[in-house]
Design a protein around this ligand. Structure first.
Ligand code: MRU
Length: 346
């Protein structure tokens, strides 16, 4: 995969015959890439969150389809299309909320639907383009988002939306990277319980780039806003409905409510691959529930425990609490007034 941009840490590395995935569960202690040569392995890497973040999940799945084609095209003449369709289904079931996954799989399906002299090469070209386009889109959004931040002194972000969550550079974290080049700004990252994407990934990623960042407990956000230290909350998205309602990491909705109370603005940064033109509002977004054991202290993960857990890993922020949605195609201010521009959905 080639790109004109300087690369930060890479979540995914395509070798041409395998996909190397940075195991994000081990960060920041261990930097280890696992190598996958089939779609089932990639699906498992997504489900287990070795790779996570909406755009990165979509890119990984696209490479998973290429691996399926590499495996089945020559060894399974006559049945290779069915074998790939089965793998696409497997990849589609890896996680439910990020629409980028389904967008990428649809793209790969449309390549398969066209007659191809060399389907493997055509699928590989499509996956590499999805990856490269995502990096370019992140840089475009970085500049567009930074344009909105003139005079801003403090920014709070949530989850990890950087190179680890995308093809490279990042969505919300891309804007933060870009604005940091332009002006003095203090960056705060919420730890993002229970999986700690903020504490383990975001602060690590920024510090790798030499960008100072202050980690806060999620529960410190109200008090931080009350202190006047921040002007903007900047987050990514996993799925945006036609009316601008936005699913993102659990806790985003709380931050948006708090921001309203304290006169802090909210920016959502996401490529158009995160838009879901098939749903009118956030009510139709499937919110992933993960195993409560990711939340519970181990002493409660025992038979007949009286302590259970509730672990939705995304929530929906109503468009009315969002001041700006930034995509690679432009900026929509006050999305609740107009919804998502039709041109962004094509
Ligand atoms: O559960 P995760 O870590 O996959 O959730 C990631 C997020 O919620 C991100 O904020 C979102 O995918 C945008 S990433 C550019």
């Amino acid at each position: 995969m080639t790109t004109a941009h300087t690369l930060t840490v890479q979540a995914l590395h395509w070798t041409g015959t395998s996909l190397r995935v940075l195991d994000q569960r081990q960060l920041p202690d261990t930097l280890r890439y696992d190598e996958y040569t089939d779609a089932a392995g990639v699906a498992e890497a997504i489900t287990s969150m070795r790779v996570r973040g909406a755009p990165a999940i979509g890119i990984a799945a696209a490479y998973g389809v290429v691996l399926s084609a590499l495996q089945h095209f020559s060894s399974n003449p006559g049945h290779w299309q069915q074998a790939i369709a089965t793998d696409i289904e497997l990849l589609a079931n890896s996680r439910p909320t990020a629409v980028n996954l389904f967008w990428a799989l649809d793209k790969m399906r449309s390549v398969l639907d066209r007659p191809q002299a060399d389907p493997v090469a055509a699928l590989a070209a499509c996956a590499v383009k999805i990856h490269a386009d995502d990096i370019n889109d992140n840089h475009t959004m970085g500049e567009l988002g930074a344009d909105l931040l003139a005079g801003a002194k403090g920014i709070l972000t949530h989850c990890n939306t950087g190179s680890l969550a995308t093809g490279g550079y990042g969505t919300a974290l891309g804007v933060i990277r870009s604005v940091y080049q332009r002006q003095a700004v203090t960056i705060y990252a919420g730890e993002t319980r229970p999986w700690l994407q903020g504490a383990r990934l975001t602060v690590w990623e920024l510090s790798q780039d030499g960008i100072p960042v202050t980690l806060i407990a999620d529960s410190a956000a109200a008090w931080l806003m009350q202190s006047g230290a921040i002007d903007w909350v900047i987050v990514g998205a996993d799925r945006i409905a036609k009316n601008g309602d936005t699913a993102n990491k659990i806790g985003t909705y709380s931050l948006a409510v708090l921001a309203k109370q304290h006169g802090v603005k909210v920016m959502v940064v996401a490529p158009t691959t995160t838009l879901d033109g098939s749903i009118a509002s956030g009510k139709d977004i499937h919110i992933e529930q993960r195993n409560p054991n990711e939340l519970l202290p181990p002493c409660y993960v025992v038979e007949d425990s009286l302590v259970s857990g509730w672990n939705p890993v995304f929530d929906v922020t109503p468009a009315g609490l969002i001041d700006a949605i930034v995509t690679e195609r432009g900026v929509m201010l006050n999305p609740a007034e107009h919804g998502i521009p039709l041109a962004w959905l094509i």
